[in-house]
Ligand binder design. Structure first.
Ligand code: HEM
Length: 407
């Protein structure tokens, strides 16, 4: 096939619902024809091979949010409140700022805190299933994949689990911006209002939890100390927001995409039912096969070579994890689902210093939900072969997933 002039390899084709439903042929063309590809529509380099994606995570800058001053020079002052929060979030920082914030956050979000959630995740999953068991059918997104991570986040934060719908709405708004190349001016007003509301809410929650400790993550983050250093209130709020968003949309997608994938590979699903000890490796394979977060952005800190291309300082680079995770140079027979796959070091949680902060919790939730559903609904099946992917180019997930089972 001829080297493309840019138009037919653009990631903007993901706006076409048919390509969004199966982006893997487009990714394969990018990997084969132009693995470090200048996308003139996105005005960014698109990187699709596994080895190159690792390079992006190791050598490029995460400090990619325009500062309030830069927005002013671009005449986009309206977005300043969003930028003010984002520049304080660990996801958009480089060392030494990133190292400092991540260390303080890790002092609060400990492995013990995650392990303590295990029995609650089991109880919440069971009670969500109880609510739909008698119906014989459910939209698994509405019944389980959306509410579960929202309730878990609320409980872990130490706030009322009755507020989980608020958290879900806010994180969906924020994710809208993160997933769509941060280019969705039509939605900016809604994101701004939502950001204002969540900032206000978390400010209040920090004050409340300091006055009346609940043992939740909010209080732990506000109190975390490393070598005498602490986060400011604005840093606590900004990083609660990124933890809330990071913890919800992606985990929702792991559950929804994971279920759809298992139901589309009945022999693999049966293998897992017969041998539940495969579950940890199954969840890794599901993360590789239908990665909930398909791509993320970085900037070139200096002029740099990647895959034979000369990338200029401050050029934007998009690392496509969804493509790297199907790279045949790294994963033999990558389009096959193999729940027992060995050496499965996928990049669904990214790599290196920004490796997902909540991966242990995401794995715990994914494993418990799938194990419980397979055990309690032995004849689970798709109600209709037609599924609809949500119009978010980066956060890959379903709008609805109708399933049937014996009531
Ligand atoms: C299946 C579920 C999840 C997936 C696929 C996922 C994926 C990712 C990816 C790809 C990144 C790196 C993005 C980048 O470098 O640009 C990331 C970072 C992050 N994730 Fe997750 N995530 C998941 C669940 C969670 C959960 C449950 C939490 C919190 C409870 C969380 C919190 C975060 C945070 C705070 C960061 C920023 C880390 C840093 O910049 O150092 N994520 N995640």
């Amino acid at each position: 096939m001829a080297i493309a002039n840019g138009a037919d390899l653009s990631l903007y084709h993901l706006l076409d619902p048919e390509i969004l439903a199966d982006p893997y042929p487009l990714y394969a063309r990018l990997r084969n024809e132009d693995p470090v590809h200048w996308d003139p529509y996105l005005h960014a380099w698109v990187v699709t091979r596994y080895e190159d994606v690792l390079q992006v995570f190791q050598r490029f800058s995460a400090d990619r949010t325009p500062t309030p001053e830069r927005l002013a020079t671009l005449g986009m002052e309206g977005l300043t409140p969003i930028a003010k929060v984002m520049v304080r979030q660990m996801l958009f920082m480089d060392p030494p700022d990133h190292t400092r914030v991540r260390k303080l956050a890790a002092a609060a979000f400990t492995p013990r805190r995650v392990e303590e959630m295990r029995s609650r995740v089991e109880e919440i999953t069971n009670s969500l299933i109880d609510q739909v068991l008698g119906a014989g059918e459910m939209d698994a997104m509405e019944a389980i994949a959306n509410p579960l991570p929202a309730i878990v986040t609320a409980e872990m934060f130490g706030i009322s689990s009755g507020d989980h719908r608020l958290l879900k709405d806010w994180s969906q708004d924020f994710a809208e911006m993160l997933g769509n190349f941060q280019h969705n001016p039509g939605r900016a007003g809604r994101v701004l209002r939502s950001l204002e509301a969540m900032t206000e809410y978390f400010r209040g929650a920090v004050k409340q939890q300091i006055a009346r400790p609940t043992g939740g993550l909010i209080e732990a983050l506000a109190a975390a100390t490393v070598d005498g250093d602490r986060l400011t209130e604005e840093e606590v709020v900004a990083n609660l927001i990124i933890t809330m968003v990071g913890g919800q949309e992606t985990t929702t997608n792991l559950i929804g995409n994971g279920l759809l994938t298992l139901l589309s590979w009945p022999e693999e699903m049966e293998r897992l039912r017969r041998d539940p000890s495969l579950m940890p490796s199954a969840v890794e394979e599901l993360l590789r096969y239908e990665s909930p977060s398909q791509h993320t952005a970085r900037l070139a800190a200096a002029d740099i070579q990647l895959g034979g291309k000369a990338i200029k300082q401050r050029d934007a680079v998009i690392a496509v994890m969804g493509a790297a995770n199907r790279d045949p140079q790294r994963f033999p027979d990558p389009n096959r689902l193999d729940l027992g796959r060995h050496d499965n070091r996928h990049v669904a949680f990214a790599w290196s210093s920004h490796f997902c902060f909540g991966a242990p919790l995401a794995r715990l939730e994914g494993q418990i939900v799938l194990r419980t559903l397979l055990a309690r609904l032995p004849d689970l099946r798709l109600k209709t072969p037609h599924v609809e992917w949500r119009p978010n180019l980066g956060l890959r997930g379903l709008t609805a997933l109708w399933l049937e089972y014996s009531a």
